[in-house]
Design a protein around this ligand. Structure first.
Ligand code: SF4
Ligand code: MG
Length: 323
C-alpha cells in the first residue's frame, strides 16, 4: 500500500545528493493466496524494484507491505530473515544468481542451511528430491552451474527457491533470458509446481504474451506507478488506460482476419529522475488533456476487479475537460 522506493543520485562528490529516482512511486495492490499476479511494463518502469522492495532486498522509502496481515516494514532484520522462508525470489539470469564455484547441491541446499532446516543427511536427501521435482536428476547435485543449459539453470534457481517451502515466489523475468522453446517448458513447470505446492506468484515480465499465458490478473506499470490492474481477460480484451492500449496493440494477433490497429507511442520513456508533471504518461499519450499535465490521476475502480489511474475515467476531471 503506497509503496515507494526512491534512490539517491550522487553528483560525483561523495554523499552529495543531487536528486532522486522515484523507481517505485506509490503503488498499491493486493494478492490472494494461490493466484498469479503478472506485472508488465517496459524496462526501467520499476517492476523489479517493486518485487525486491516487497522482500526488503531493497529497503523501500515509504509504504506498507503486509503479508498474512503482518507489516513487513516494521519487522526487525532477524524477523525479515525468518520471513524469507515464506517469500522467495527467482531471478531473470539464472547464471548470474548461481555461485559458479558451488556445486548445484550446495546451491540448492543453502537456504536450508541458512534457516537451520534438517541435518546434513536430510538436507542432501531434500536436494535430491528437489532436483527431481524440477525435472533434473539427483546426480546433478555434484555438478557446477556452467555444466547446465540456460533452461536447466533456471530449474536449479526454482529448486533453490522451493527448498524452504515458500508461500509466495517473486518471479523476476524468469524466462526472459531463455529461448522461446525453453520458455514454455519452464512456464509449464512453474504452473505445475504452483498447483503441487500451493504457491502464489508475483510474476514480473516485459513480455506481454508470457504474462498473459500464466497470470490470473495483470498490473501495468509506467515510470514507477501502477496505471492499470485487472483480471487478465479484461485487461487484454478491454484495456482502459491509453498506455495499456498501446502496449496491447503491439501484441501480434494470431488470427489474420482480426484487424489490428497499432497505437504507436511518440517519444521515449522519460527519465525516472525527472518524470513529467501530472500524469507521467502525458508526454506520450494520444488522449492527453489539459488536466493531465498538472494533476496526477487518482487510482480508482472503473469496474469490478478493474482499476485504472487516468483522467479519462475520472468523472470530475473528465467533465471539466469535455466542457
Ligand atoms: Fe493520457 Fe491523461 Fe489518461 Fe494520462 S491521465 S493516460 S495523459 S488521458
Ligand atoms: Mg527488471
Amino acid at each position: 500500500k503506497g509503496l515507494k522506493t526512491y534512490f539517491d543520485i550522487n553528483g560525483g562528490v561523495l554523499s552529495k545528493k543531487v536528486g532522486e529516482v522515484k523507481a517505485v512511486d506509490g503503488i498499491s495492490f493486493s494478492m490472494q493466496e494461490g493466484e498469479i499476479l503478472g506485472i508488465v511494463g517496459e524496462s526501467g518502469c520499476g517492476k523489479s524494484t517493486t518485487g525486491k522492495s516487497i522482500l526488503r532486498l531493497i529497503e523501500p522509502t515509504a509504504g506498507e507491505v503486509r503479508f498474512n496481515g503482518e507489516d513487513i516494514m516494521q519487522l526487525s532484520s532477524e524477523n525479515v530473515r525468518k520471513l524469507r522462508r515464506d517469500m522467495q525470489i527467482i531471478f531473470q539470469d539464472p547464471y548470474a544468481s548461481l555461485n559458479p564455484r558451488h556445486t548445484v547441491g550446495k546451491i540448492i541446499g543453502e537456504p536450508l542451511l541458512v534457516h537451520g532446516i534438517g541435518s546434513k543427511t536430510e538436507r542432501k536427501q531434500k536436494v535430491k528430491e528437489l532436483l527431481e521435482t524440477v525435472g533434473l536428476r539427483s546426480e546433478h547435485a555434484k555438478r557446477y552451474p556452467h555444466q547446465f543449459s540456460g533452461g536447466q539453470r533456471q530449474r536449479i534457481g526454482i529448486a533453490r527457491a522451493l527448498a524452504v517451502n515458500p508461500k509466495l515466489i517473486i518471479c523476476d523475468e524468469p524466462v526472459s533470458a531463455l529461448d522461446v522453446s525453453v520458455q514454455s517448458q519452464i512456464l509449464n513447470l512453474m504452473e505445475k509446481l504452483k498447483k503441487e505446492f500451493k504457491l502464489t506468484y508475483l510474476f514480473i515480465a516485459h513480455d506481454l504474451s508470457v504474462v498473459k499465458h500464466i497470470s490470473d490478473r495483470v498490473g501495468v506499470m509506467y515510470l514507477g506507478k501502477m496505471v492499470e490492474l485487472a483480471n487478465k481477460d479484461l485487461l487484454y480484451d478491454e484495456p482502459k488506460h491509453p498506455y495499456t492500449k498501446a502496449l496491447m496493440s503491439a501484441v501480434p494477433v494470431p488470427d489474420p482476419d482480426i484487424k489490428q490497429e497499432r497505437v504507436i507511442l511518440q517519444g521515449d520513456v522519460p527519465s525516472p529522475s525527472n518524470p513529467p508533471s501530472g500524469c507521467a504518461f502525458h508526454t506520450r499519450c494520444p488522449s492527453c488533456m489539459d488536466v493531465c499535465k498538472t494533476d496526477v490521476p487518482i487510482w480508482q475502480e472503473v469496474a469490478p476487479n478493474h482499476q485504472v489511474a487516468c483522467h479519462l475515467y475520472n468523472e470530475t476531471t473528465k467533465e471539466e475537460n469535455v466542457i
